[in-house]
Every structure is written in C-alpha cells, then in structure tokens.
Design a protein around this ligand. Structure first.
Ligand code: AGP
Length: 602
C-alpha cells in the first residue's frame, strides 16, 4: 500500500526522501512523487511507475537544495495510476501539499462542496480534497486549519502536510493507517514504516490512532484531533537495516524462505506463556475464533486442526473480511485470535474491533512490534520473524504456525486434554523441527528448481491436500498465483471428485501433498484418479517412501515427521516451487503486480 516519507532537518531532503521511498518499495505501488519546499515555493515532481522513473525525472531538473520535503509511493485506489493522480497533491495556490495513505470515504461529497465554493481539482484522487480543505480553513493558523480539515475526513488514513508558509514544520495525522515519527538529532522524520528511516535513526514514535502532530527539526509534538497536547513515547528499534537487506540473495522472498529454520528454532526454544488473565479467559471460553487474511488465514486453518486436536476446544476460522458481516456469535466469554504479519491489515483490524465491541478477549499473533493490531489486543504473541519484505509471506507463515502449535500445547496443558508425556514429546518435536526445515532447504532446493523448470509453462495448477495439509494446498496455490500469475487453485483432495476433476487432462499440473498420515491411502487414491486422466503430477511425500515414485517422476521428499506437524515442513517446498516457477517466468517476485505488502484498506 502507499508509502509516506517526510523529512525536516539540516540535510538536503531529496536523497533522504528517495532512499526512504526505496525502502518502502516492498509495500507495493504504481506511481511516486516528492514535494520540496524551496525558497518559499513548493516544487512537486511525480511520475507513473517505479521510483527509478522519478529518479530519471529529477535528474533532468535543476539541482537545488531543500531541508524539508514529503514523498510518496501510491497504490491506486481512487483513479488510475497516472502522473496526475500520483501524490503529493496541492490546493489551488500550491500553498499546501499533502501525501496520504488509506481511503477518504467521504471525499466525493467534500469534493462537490469544495468545487461549489470555487476550488479547482486536477486529479481523480480522494487525497486532493485534504489539500483544498486546509486551504479553505487556513486563516493564519496552520495547526488549526489542518485539524479542522482532518476532522472533516472519514475513513482510514494517514496524512502528512507541508505548507509553503511554514518552512519549519510538517504536520501529520493518523486515523487507521500506520505512521511513525523518527527521532533524529537536529532532524526528524515521518514514515509509513521503520525501514524508511532506519539508516538515520532507530528511535521512533508510533503515532496512535486519532493522533496528530508536528515535526520540526529539533522538536516533535503530538496532540489529539482537538489539538490537546499528548505525551511522546520514544521506542528503540532492535533490528538493524541489515535485516531488511537481501544479504546476497537475488530476492527478499528467497532470503526469507532461508531464514525459516532460524526463526522456528528461536520461537520453539523461547516457547510462549499464558498469564493468569489469558488462562482465565481461555478456561471460560466456549470456543476460540480465529480471524485473518490470505496466508495468515491459512495459518489459522492449520491452527484450527492443531488446537482442536491438542486441546479439544472448538475453533472457528474466518476470513476477516467475512467475519464481521456474518453476525458472528461472540460475547464476553469468547476468545478471538487475530493473526497478521503486518498488524495493519484493515480487514483484520475491523474484525477485531467488531469482536471487541461484543466483549471478546483479543489474542493477536503478529510480527510487527507496536503495530495497530498489537495495540488493540488484550494479549500479544509475537512471531519474531524479523522484517518480512517480500510481498509473498513465507517466514511469517511458518512462524505463525509455530506460535499456533505452542498455543495449542499450552491450552492442552490447561485443559489437561493431553498426557504430560505427550505434551513434552510434542514440545521436543517443535524444538527439533528447524533441523528438518534446514535439511529441506539444503537438500531439496536444487531438485525443486529442476521440477519448477519442467512446470513453469503450465497454464494452470491444482494443489491438493487432506486434513492438516488441506490448508497447505491453499497456501501453495496462493504462493504460486501471487508471484507467477499462473491461475492456481487449492482444494481438499476429497473434494476433487465433486467438481475439479473435470479440469484434469494432460495440460493440467497437479501438486499433491501426500506425507505419511492416517489418510495417506486416500490421498493415493486421489493421485491415481489424476494419473488415470493424464494430469501432470508433482508429489510432496515423506523421505523413504520410494513406492510413491510409481505415480510420478516428480517427487519432492520432506523429512519424516508426525502428521500433526507436517504443515510446517510442507510449506517450504511449496514456497520454493512457487519461487522458482516465478523466477523462470521472469516475474517481479518481491513486488508482484497489483499486490501490496500490508493491505491497509478494506
Ligand atoms: C501472502 O503471501 C499475501 N501477500 C497476503 O495474503 C497476506 O498474507 C495478507 O494480506 C495478510 O496480511 P497480514 O498477515 O499482514 O495481515
């Protein structure tokens, strides 16, 4: 989604802003722009496409120096991804320039009003109304005009304002979409996310919802939307820029796939603990509800199997965007687990707020420290996977799975649903699973790359799995379609005969997830049905099961592990398979078209 960077200080702001934008590229965008305040005049440069287009445009312009500026990468919502719609946007006289992330839901009525009052609009965006509103309300006090304008806006957004009349400050406000202020020495920053400013400072202030503020070169202030001063809480970022670099890998996605053994190792070793309050809430709960989107939703689906199996507590799983509209049965005895890598996914936040209003206790499983989700939750379990930059979620997924397994085991302990010996056996498996993950990456990458080489030209894929690996099939299909653009569907293998079997012929590639399990034979029957219809089969099977080779030459073996834990291991070859197919097709793996890393609009 859109990326915002703002700078004020002693440096030339342009290189700082462009570097910040580059570090936010992972969020996904389709146009970019900057506004610099030079000798009392705002100069705006913007373009369609990538930041390199903006670089090229700026290179053609006269070199100047400005110590204050705002910059933006736009992910189109209102209006096509054109130069005209790119941010920053200005008022009629170019006195006020704004960048904005999110959606202004009432922009249309505001725009009509402003047009009637004589304001001239040049873009199709919702953002432009903000600049014109500040112009309308400005009577000599910038803060007052800004807050009046912000209070008129409805929706979910973060916004930064620069004014030609005030070369010493940038104003900002947050209603829903993420925004941080970076604390420097003689300079301060604004950004949508930490990597944008981490090369300058590791001290940040997470701007809260319904909070506004101002940065000057030597001062940061926060206030509420009525203008009342609020306290500052400066936090230290514990990871460095190195963690947000590719470290020699051709793509962030491949680097993040390879980080999984270490993430799993640390999570399992640290374990998770329930405090008294959470233990009480869980004891009291009739059921556990899970909400999440995309990959995190697939983790939630595995979580349902795991928690029900271990703790014998009923678990429901919903896609966040559906949850709130289906009148869910939630009350003060409910526990809702929200899973999100970013902690900023608008649909998941909306589902959480819905459940909270009905009295549910909120547990979040999240990767980003200080994100909106964590602040709105009663209990937080971090996935500690480090920054995930590739749009396709990989290490966050297996980290979410690990936390869900640990959650299931803790709940089993409270409920006494598993013998103590089984709990310690399962804990041991979890503590050891990173060695299996490491072996898969070491021994199977080459093989998977070869299999991908023989399959990258297929026009469509089916992914099949059963039981705990049904969600693995959904996740395998999602990974492939989002980075390679090949249509791919995930199905519960048992459902194949109820429809998808009609698709099978020699042009259809079918990935079957068939590790050792109690329903292995059923999976084999499905594989035979595909074979009989000449489908091109790729199988993920347990090491040592040489018998399976009679159904396909294309077998990828994963280490032997108890069935309950197989989704963690199955995830890795599926991620690599999608990665190598996308690489062979020359796709933009880390920033697939139309996708955003954190989806901050509903
Ligand atoms: C995963 O590969 C996707 N890019 C996407 O489905 C993602 O998992 C989803 O948008 C949820 O994001 P979150 O985990 O940040 O909430």
């Amino acid at each position: 989604m859109c990326g915002i960077v703002g700078y004020i200080g002693k440096k030339d702001s342009l290189p700082v802003l462009l570097e910040g934008l580059r570090r936010l590229e992972y969020r996904g965008y389709d146009s970019a722009g900057v506004a610099l305040l030079e000798n009392g005049v705002i100069r705006v440069v913007k373009t369609q496409g990538k930041i390199k287009n903006l670089d090229a445009l700026l290179a053609k312009e006269k070199k100047t120096c400005s110590n204050i500026g705002i910059a933006h990468t736009r992910w189109a919502t209102h209006g096509a991804p054109t130069k005209l719609n790119a941010h920053p946007h200005s008022d009629c006289r170019n006195n006020f320039s704004v960048v904005h992330n999110g959606i202004i839901e009432n922009f249309s009525s505001l725009k009509n009003e402003l047009i009637k009052e004589g304001h001239k609009f040049i873009s199709e965006t919702d953002t432009e109304v903000a600049a014109h509103l500040v112009e309308k309300y400005y009577k000599g006090n910038l803060k007052e005009a800004f807050l009046k304008a912000v209070n008129k806006l409805e929706g979910s957004f973060a916004i930064v304002l620069m004014s030609s009349k005030y070369p010493d400050r940038l104003l900002f406000a947050r209603l829903g979409s993420p925004l941080i202020a970076g604390v420097g020495k003689g300079e301060n920053f604004l950004a949508s996310d930490v990597p944008a400013i981490l090369s300058h400072t590791n001290k940040v202030i997470y701007v809260k919802d319904c909070q506004a503020g101002e940065i000057r070169k030597d001062k940061i202030s926060l206030f509420n939307l009525k203008g009342k001063t609020q306290p500052l809480k400066v936090e230290k970022i514990l990871w460095d820029l190195e963690s947000a670099q590719k470290s020699g890998y051709p793509h962030f996605m491949l680097k993040e796939i390879h980080e999984q053994p270490s993430v799993l190792k640390h999570l399992a070793a640290a374990g998770i603990k329930f405090d008294k309050k959470l233990t009480g809430a869980l004891k009291n709960a009739r059921q556990v509800s899970i909400v999440a989107c995309g990959t995190a939703y697939h983790a939630g689906m595995v979580g349902k199997y795991v928690i029900e199996e271990m703790a014998r507590v009923p678990v429901s799983v919903d896609v966040s965007s559906e949850f709130r509209y289906r009148s869910p049965i939630i009350d003060s005895r409910s526990v809702l687990i929200a899973i999100s890598q970013s902690g900023e996914t608008a649909d998941t936040l909306a589902a959480v707020r819905e459940a909270k209003n009905k009295g549910a206790k909120i547990v979040s499983i999240c990767n980003v420290v200080g994100s909106s989700l964590t602040r709105e939750s009663d209990f937080v379990f971090y996935t500690h996977a480090g920054p995930e930059i590739g749009v396709a979620s990989t290490k966050a997924y297996t980290a979410q799975l690990m936390v869900l397994y640990l959650f299931g085991l803790n709940l089993a302990r409270i409920k006494k649903s598993l013998p103590v010996a089984t709990i310690s056996k399962y804990n041991k498996i979890l503590r050891n699973i990173h060695t299996h993950a490491r072996l898969i990456l070491k021994n199977c990458s080459r093989r998977i790359c070869d299999v991908a080489g023989r399959h990258h030209n297929f026009g469509s894929f089916l992914f099949l799995g059963r039981n705990l690996n049904y969600p693995s099939a959904l996740e395998g299909a999602l990974k492939l379609k989002e980075i390679s653009y090949i249509p791919a569907e995930g199905y519960a293998a048992g459902e194949m005969k109820h429809g998808p079997i009609a698709l099978i012929d020699e042009y259809r590639a079918v990935v079957c997830i068939a590790p050792e399990s109690k329903i292995y034979e059923k999976m084999i029957s499905n594989i035979q049905e595909i074979e009989a219809r000449k489908g091109k089969i790729v199988i993920i099977a347990t090491q040592g099961n040489n018998d399976i080779k009679k159904y396909s030459k294309e077998v990828i073996f994963i280490p032997k592990i108890a069935e309950l834990f197989s989704p963690i291991l199955a995830a890795l070859p599926l991620q690599l398979f999608a990665y190598y197919i996308a690489a062979k097709r020359g796709c933009d793996i880390d920033q697939p078209r139309n996708l955003a890393k954190s989806v901050t609009v509903e």
